[in-house]
Unconditional design. Sequence first.
Lengths: 118, 114
Amino acid sequence: AQSVTQLGSHVSVSEGALVLLRCNYSSSVPPYLFWYVQYPNQGLQLLLKYTSAATLVKGINGFEAEFKKSETSFHLTKPSAHMSDAAEYFCAVTQGGAGGTSYGKLTFGQGTILTVHP
Amino acid sequence: KAGVTQTPRYLIKTRGQQVTLSCSPISGHRSVSWYQQTPGQGLQFLFEYFSETQRNKGNFPGRFSGRQFSNSRSEMNVSTLELGDSALYLCASSGGQGEGNEQFFGPGTRLTVL
């Protein structure tokens, strides 16, 4: 079974400060890992994904995440927070199926609400 | 390319009624997944359809059902609504050529059960 733990339901930073959102996963096989962002009253937008090609993954809006197998972690970082980064962030895991082009079941963490202060 | 669309965006029902939600995936995507989002339980997987067949199912009662049509559009149905079914229902599609494994989400349908 796979699971995701996001440490910290709320994270608050000042504009320009480092953003660090923590995610630890549990998976019996090599996982596919994702970070999604959700703005109020909207669906989820993919920030980045890890699919074993590279351990350091760069995403949109200046975010990146590093896959660390030894720590079973996939923390999300951004060097300098912007007011527009305020949103809820979700880490998710899925295990690839045997063939096919779709892996339909994502398991999400509980989410981290990021607040950015001016 | 148009994104995932969901209709309706908002819905108010009363206990005991049934409801049908619709999802149109991105063109070319063959997989559609449904999720329920609530403040207490977070995001939970309902089921996934691929080429008109249910391929994965989450831990929800049989009141929750779905189907997928030949054009990949999907519907989910909830019968005998309960207050606890109030949630944001999100649909996601995947499986487009060259897009890897990520799921693309629609804006959701906000269901309120009174």
